[in-house]
Design a protein. Structure first.
Lengths: 257, 584
């Protein structure tokens, strides 16, 4: 029985926007390589490092404005709307709380893209290509998607599978004895991305997810009282990616306030 | 960025074997040849030059990251009889000239970020690729925990400025004046330095760099300056950091010395949390034979790489070691023109870049995962016929009479320990140079004078961490991550304040050409944002390669083509930060 509930906390105060998470995610998950990837519609990537700024604020002038970065990937909802609409069982939520996506089951109806409140899913409009010797850099643990399918972040669940296999080979059969780190969290040079078990009250992620700087993307219900939430909404997404920021404008902007 | 090494290692355009030019120079036509053939040809050519007494017509430009091979190349050239070995500008090469001038030793500045408690950065975009990124990122992760304050003085709203505890927006190009304005307050507060010539220097500061003048030139209110000076003075371990920019840095020696004088005033030279001097004894001086010592006599090498590019004549052999001065130097176009006339240009690098395109020979070198380093053995075995640049130099050296004795090593691996022997020295001595600052104030105010109607705007550079000053653009995963408001297809976007746009009759998405005294670049699109000051256009560096794999070529424009090219008289490196421009 899995007791793990994987979650992530991203401290935006520590994020310098260096792009390491984005590049390591692409490398780990075999993102396609096109000659002109600077062309926006062609881009397929699971983690999007978004630059944000409060320069649209009328009261602010040069000198007061700020810029920040938000790494955005699948928010791994507890009640994922994408799972509810998928007619092919290509996406499902596992016992560990990770929303999976099986490339080969997807037939490209894109209902999930429409239903995702975070725009965290991308569609392969073109056949993914890996030119020449780039093929040798592919990660053998991640299958290559085909044209006309939807892909998304799976919290690098293939790494967990690999770690579990390793543990079994050593004779450890308790699934909860194994932990892992996704590529983005492992590569972040300032430790801004922290990954761990939300069901463990002592873990860094559970502690930080309750921090007063914490917020979730476009998740306005977080500001409601418990009873209002219960009465009005039976199922809200409950994403398991938390962001931390001491900047009021970032929290407001990301909650669509 | 370390995450890009896999793409470099497996890049489909990596050179498989040595290449020889077959078409015209710059036409990208090469054919495969064998290593032995090339090395023999180079050795013969060098031998002939030495016999003709033209040993000092051999030159080399190395990239700043090629430490070991740069040392070997330096030694190689010297033992041949040439002092023309240069390194592309980096924070180390820039501060080297300043350390030489003020502290009298050959080394570069090393800031102790880990232990400082107040960092005052003069345009150094510390979190965007500046210096040794891993060290700074590690220190930064601790700054928040330790309550370290970071004050960023910058003329653009960069991420470092936003993340800092305080951002002081300043008029572009006035960082040195700001530093001396703070020095004024520190002296008034009774701070004294034991440095040589401090008395004379402080007189100049007190008389010339008065709060009113500094405030007018920098555009920062007098109270703000005095408050920063107070905070700086009251910190336990304050640190003033110079070197404007990120991976591409540009500061005059005067500016670095001005900032360094604040550290001297706070007595933090050579102290924990302060400033140290990084030196590397390297491989020592080679023994010169009669030809070499004759060639070196009475020869004055250029002061820095830009000085060299601008002034060299009749160079017979030019080695390019991983560098890309054609793209990165403001004299890039001139260099490309001059390279066409050099009889032999030898480039050593894994991917063909803008500079290698003008070579006669391109020799494939290893990427970092294939190299043995001081930390341990290589991560993967060598692909193709690539060789470590150090091994290439050793092989050439061994084929030349009178030189081989200076290279007793059989492989680059024997040199690793010697080359990585970096010493961080606590150097307390500091001498103030009054001469640098007597007319500095008038020079700067003349340069930044905004009343000039011919070129009413200012071009300021910024960088994306993944692209840096150009190296990252060969990698598709970098292109994939670039914001659509920076690069769309092949078109580059530049940032402009809405007020400036209104004044010049342009709007979001307008296509413009940017014109300076040096020339014109275009076309770029305008993105309106209040993250830049009025009358400023912020242009990203690192784009506009003419030839840098099919991924990185012809994407956007290279602002270095039109950036100012005044060469610093002490460091010999162009100070390109501040350029007056107009748009059409």
């Amino acid at each position: 029985m899995i007791t793990r509930r994987w979650g992530m906390v991203i401290d935006l105060d520590k994020c310098t926007g260096c792009g390491t998470c984005e590049v390591s995610c692409m490398q780990e998950n075999n993102m396609p390589i096109f000659q002109d990837d600077s062309d926006d519609p062609k881009r397929v990537k699971l983690l999007n490092l978004m630059k944000i700024t409060n320069d649209r604020e009328k009261s602010l002038q040069y000198g007061d404005v700020k810029v920040a970065y938000i790494p955005k990937m699948c928010q791994q909802c507890d009640n994922p709307s994408c799972v509810a609409v998928c007619p092919a069982n290509a996406t499902d939520i596992g016992d560990d709380g990770v929303v999976s996506q099986i490339w080969s089951r997807c037939f490209g109806c894109r209902y999930c893209i429409g239903s995702c409140p975070y725009e965290a899913r991308v569609f392969n409009w073109w056949k993914p290509r890996y030119e020449g010797t780039f093929k040798e850099s592919l990660n053998p643990d991640v299958s290559i998607s085909s044209r006309g399918t939807v892909v998304k972040c799976t919290f690098c669940s293939h790494i967990w599978k690999r770690e579990r296999d390793k543990a079994v080979a050593k004779g450890i059969t308790d699934i909860n004895a194994v932990s892992y780190t996704p590529a983005c969290a492992a590569s972040c040079p300032t430790n801004a991305i922290i990954f761990g078990d939300l069901s463990d009250p002592l873990s860094d992620v559970s502690r930080l997810s309750k921090d007063k700087r914490a917020f979730r993307l476009v998740h306005t219900v977080d500001n409601w009282g418990v009873s209002k939430k219960k009465n009005l909404i039976k199922k809200y997404p409950e994403p398991k990616v938390f962001y931390l920021s001491s900047e009021e404008w970032i929290r407001d902007m990301m909650r669509f306030k | 960025m370390a995450q890009l090494v896999l793409q470099e290692l497996y890049h489909p355009e990596r050179i498989d074997f040595p290449l020889k030019r077959v078409g015209k120079k710059g036409s990208s036509k090469f054919e495969a040849v064998s290593f032995d053939e090339v090395l023999k040809d180079i050795a013969t050519k060098i031998d002939n030059l030495r016999k003709d007494g033209k040993a000092n017509k051999i030159a080399a430009i190395s990239a700043s990251h090629t430490i070991l091979s740069n040392m070997l190349l330096d030694r190689f050239l010297m033992s041949l009889g040439s002092l023309n070995s240069y390194v592309e500008p980096s924070i180390d090469t820039l501060t080297n000239a300043a350390v030489n001038l003020t502290q009298g030793i050959n080394g570069s500045i090393s800031y102790d970020f880990e232990n400082s408690d107040f960092i005052l950065s003069f345009g150094a975009r510390l979190l965007e690729g500046w210096g040794e990124t891993s060290t700074i990122h590690r220190a930064f992760a601790n700054w928040k925990r330790r309550g370290v304050k970071l004050f960023q003085i910058d003329s653009l709203c960069t991420r470092t400025a936003s993340i800092a505890d305080k951002w002081i927006p300043i008029k572009p190009g006035t960082e040195s004046i700001f530093a001396l304005g703070i020095a004024y307050h520190l002296i008034k507060m009774g701070k004294r330095s034991k440095g040589v010539n401090f008395g004379d220097w402080s007189q100049v500061i007190i008389n010339q760099y008065t709060p009113e003048r500094v405030s007018t030139i920098t555009g920062v209110a007098s109270e703000v300056i005095s408050n920063i000076a107070k905070e700086f003075a009251s910190a336990k371990k304050p640190l003033a950091v110079s070197g404007k920019g990120a991976m591409g840095v540009s500061s005059s020696v005067a500016e670095i010395v001005a900032v360094q004088s604040l550290n001297s005033l706070m007595n933090n030279l050579g102290k924990k949390g302060g400033v140290f001097v990084k030196t590397c004894p390297g491989l020592g001086k080679p023994k010169l034979d009669s030809i070499a010592s004759a060639a070196i006599q009475n020869v004055k090498p250029a002061k820095g790489v830009d000085d060299f590019i601008k002034n060299f004549e009749n160079i017979e052999i030019l080695f390019i070691n991983g560098a890309n001065p054609v793209h990165r130097s403001v004299y890039g176009k001139l260099l490309a023109k001059k390279m066409k006339k050099i009889p032999m240009v030898v480039s050593i690098m894994p991917l063909i870049n803008d500079t290698a395109n003008y070579s006669d020979y391109i020799l494939p070198s290893l990427t970092c995962l294939e190299m043995t380093t001081v930390i341990g053995d290589e991560a993967v075995s060598t692909r193709n016929k690539s060789m470590h640049p150090g091994d290439i130099i050793l092989k050439i050296a061994k084929g030349i009479e009178g030189v081989s004795n200076s290279f007793p090593w059989s492989s680059y691996k024997d040199v690793i320990k010697l080359a990585s022997n970096v010493e961080i020295k606590p150097v307390i001595d500091f001498s103030f140079t009054t001469k640098l600052f007597k007319s500095h104030l008038t020079e700067v105010s003349k340069r930044i004078n905004t009343t000039s109607s011919k070129y009413p705007l200012i071009l300021l550079p910024y960088e994306l961490s993944t692209v840096g000053d150009g190296n990252g653009l060969a990698f598709p995963y970098v292109l994939k991550g670039i914001d659509a408001k920076i690069l769309t297809g092949d078109t580059l976007w530049v940032d402009m304040n809405p007020v400036t746009a209104k004044k010049h009759g342009v709007s979001e998405g307008s296509c413009i050409d940017i014109i300076s005294e040096k020339g014109k670049i275009g076309c770029v699109k305008i993105h309106l944002t209040k993250t830049v000051a009025t009358d400023v256009i912020a242009v990203p560096l690192g784009f506009g390669h003419t030839s840098y794999t099919k991924y990185g070529s012809c994407k956007g424009i290279n602002p270095k083509e039109i950036m100012s090219d005044s060469i610093d008289p002490i460091s010999g490196i162009a100070d390109w930060w501040f350029t007056r421009i107009k748009i059409s």
